[in-house]
Design a protein around this ligand. Sequence first.
Ligand code: BDP
Length: 719
Amino acid sequence: MKNILKISAFIVFCFLFPGIKAEDGYRLWLRYDPVTDPAVLAQYTKSIKAWIIEGESSTLRVAGVELQSALNGLLGRSITSVKAVKRNGTIIAGTLAGSPVISSLKLESRMRGLSPEGYIILSTKYRNKKVIIIAANDDAGVLYGIFHFFRLLQMHKPVTELEITSSPLVKLRLLNHWDNLNRSVERGYSGFSLWNWNTLPDSIDQRYTDYARTNASIGINGTVLTNVNANALILTGDYLVKVAALANVFRPYCIKVYLTARFSAPVEIGKLKTADPLDPEVIAWWKKKADEIYSLIPDFGGFLVKANSEGQPGPQNYNRTHADGANMLADAVAPHGGIVMWRAFVYDNNVPDDRAKQAYNEFVPLDGQFRKNVLIQVKNGPVDFQPREPFHPLFGAMPATALMPEFQITQEYLGSSVHLVFLAPLFEECLKADTYAKGKGSLVAKVIDGTLENHTLTAMAGVSNAGSVRNWTGHSFAQANWYAFGRLAWDPYLDSGQIAGEWIRMTFTCDDEAVQRISKIMLNSREITVNYMTPIGLHHIMYAGHHYGPGPWVNRGRQDWTSVYYHRADSIGIGFDRTSSGSNAVSQYYPPVRDIYNNIQTCPENLLLWFHHVPWDYKLKSGRILWNEICYRYDEGVKSVRLMQNEWGKTSNFIDKERFEQVKELLVRQERDARIWRDGCILYFQTFSKRPLPAGVDKPEHDLQYYMTHKYTDVPGIR
Ligand code: BDP
């Protein structure tokens, strides 16, 4: 009896003070907690009294569910859905064609400029009543408009004089899951795969729906369910019904499913003797396979393919080109409106003189040879998702081909789900880089949104960091990277500061001072990580295998998988000479970019060792010689993590205990790891520079041997 009383008292307490309930991070940025600021709440209560969604479809139905739960949550009381506008403060959502109210408002001219999926949000009057209109040309736009509206409310923004127009600038906005059929996730640090293939299609986890809602809230409209290192089994009938079950859950949220296609599938599951893309039987097999997929999933998006890279099969096994392979698959899905995303991350078994050059060398000659429904998926930089890389020289170099970027949201090379690293600045750096392909202003973003070369098929992909752990991404701040990717895929010109601000307000707090503090942590975090991992253009010097800690000493195995191949430290200096007198990778960029990179005086210092082999005593802009600068940057990285810890400590009054403590604890590990990076790298490079540590740089705690043999026991993904 006593216990029952205690429990009921607790329930009443939680009801009265919902803000203090345990926060496990599951709700991501869609929290819809009651607005606690009295002035803001008063304004919302006055402006929002009822809602109507006019029209009938599964998308509009889920939009209604979202409207209802968000309004009830944020306003702390039930806001009813009505059939007609009878009072001030009615929200009306629908399409121009499906909503009599919206079509009566003469919004055609405003809405003409909207691209598909775009929307307007407008404060106006209807029959003398003040209303908020969320209008679009299609159902997806209505859903996105509703999520935008709730972004405003969650950020405590005014909703009285609304006049918002928004259209996605990129057509296909996709997550790539590197998920295996046994539920392990390649480079995944957040538990197991979200897709439970054992229990599908019968059991539909609530997470599938919440995954779809979350993605829809940031405009993501496609998901590749399976690893690029593909398993042909996913294309068998038994698995396709499972895929169809997921597609059914995602469809109302306007998310299409895509699959990775293993190029050798006709041999492995089709019992053919070859997978040669020009073989008539192979062509027929893929056509039939596509027909089968579309009979189960009529809106199937298409295929993503990693071919002839890291041991994956591909057309080159049959002396055919990437274009031959991509086009054969593209022809199979074309009658159904499908597309093929063919990855440019290729490198074969022969070690090239410079791996950074390979994708460009293989793909540029193929420009113009791909079908209209093929996109070439290009990683943001020419090597592999490093903390800092220059933009990939393919952007702007294949004008006749649709190119899409691939960013890595999962932090393979950036501290997995242990380090706090906000990736929007990394994505933004690439998107805003000027390729000069058609003169000044030829930004990567313009290649991607199709405006530079008049492409209408446009796309952007991010390798997902979501998994089965309760809060989806492990680190609370890793959620921000998922959010940032979605926002930049919608509008590649957005600024990281804005994205951080939105996310913090929705996820943690609307207190201005706390927002500023957390923003500062987030916006500095990537540069801090570059400092303690790979300053001044160093790259690919991580531990072999797990890519988490330092491993500049790695020198065994395939040369272009070793660290020594990339940093090239010797008694004279350090860095990869990619100038015209070295590997000449600079020649893959348009002038003046190539000349800027080629010249040690003009090369941006944050890419110096990417492009130049620089003497240890070379003087940098800081006045320090290179060796001292390297030590100083590593040390600065460590000290900055301590500053992050300090700043985070000051936010405790604004953050629930669970998430505050989680982040605090992870920052302790980040500081430890930053020291390991600093000390391991400095000690190792010192064996070449033979110079003392400059003044002010903390002395390493252990000797080099210690770091070379260090093992992590508390990092996800490392055994
Ligand atoms: C590398 C990863 C590897 C991926 C590969 C890829 O280490 O696991 O399979 O990229 O993108 O970064 O294909």
